[in-house]
Write a protein that binds this ligand. Structure first.
Ligand SMILES: [Zn+2]
Length: 256
């Protein structure tokens, strides 16, 4: 019995003392290729030269401007509505409906001021891309302008006019006093002065003020509607439309 116990004990001790069986180290995992992170390349914005008037082409600048004008998509003409009288002259003045409330208030206010009552009229409102092409290219083809850049100082190339948005009115006056339409002298007419003093109260701002850094001709007759505040219905969309221009080249005067 002792012998058996001794063997048992010896076996047990031997088992305890035995070094642990060598366990094969697990094979290292095969190298895993680093996951490919899909990083979208920066969008390639087309900067292809834009053909103009079948006379040549001009490359836009990095901010998308062509001859200093920002691009503006044309509003669907089905959206437009006639401007209120006296601005709508036989259906020629059609505007974005979002501005109608303010435009009516502006007209009413002007009619309530003896200095300008009944004198407000429109010269141009919405202009589609095709019409803008005619307007722009007429100055080129007639030889009245030296070239694209000179022409663009006073007229936007097609696809780059604020008028295409429907948010713009070129105002005029029945009391011209010898001042032609769409001329800097408009600023000195009673209606021009009244607009400079009051239009911002009705959500309109002068897109191209005197000395603007956008290098546009001073256009005291050209007013775009952005609403008196972003809370005005439709103003958010109008402000988004002009956001680049408003940020880079603020209008003056302008709504707060
Ligand atoms: Zn204009």
């Amino acid at each position: 019995m002792r012998t058996v116990l001794g063997v048992t004990l010896a076996l047990t001790l031997a088992a305890c003392a035995a070094p642990p069986a060598e366990v094969a180290a697990p094979a290292p995992p095969p190298p895993v290729a680093a996951p490919t992170v899909a990083i979208a390349p920066p969008p390639i914005v087309a900067r292809a030269p834009v053909a103009l008037c079948e006379r040549g082409s001009v490359a836009p600048t990095r901010d998308g401007r062509l001859l200093n004008h920002f691009p503006y998509p044309g509003v669907s003409e089905s959206v437009l509505l006639p401007a209120p009288p006296p601005l709508d002259d036989g259906g020629a003045c059609r505007v974005h409906p979002a501005m109608l409330g303010d435009l009516n208030r502006l007209i009413a206010a002007s009619n309530a001021d003896p200095a300008v009552a009944g004198k407000l009229r429109s010269v141009s409102c919405h202009r589609g891309v095709a019409f803008q092409a005619q307007t722009f290219c007429a100055g080129i083809l007639s030889g009245r302008s030296m070239g694209f850049r000179d022409r663009a100082w006073a007229s936007a190339p097609p696809g780059y006019s604020e008028h295409a948005t429907g948010y713009v009115v070129d105002f005029g006056t029945t009391d011209r006093g010898g001042c032609p339409d769409a001329d800097a002298c408009f600023a000195a007419t009673p209606v021009g002065k009244w607009l400079i003093a009051n239009a911002a109260r009705y959500g309109f701002e002068m897109s191209f003020p005197a000395g603007n850094k956008q290098q546009m001709k001073w256009e005291p007759w050209h007013w775009r509607w952005v609403g008196t505040s972003a809370a005005v219905p439709g103003a958010t969309a109008a402000r988004a439309t002009f956001s680049q221009a408003r940020k880079s080249f603020p209008a003056r005067p302008r709504p707060e």
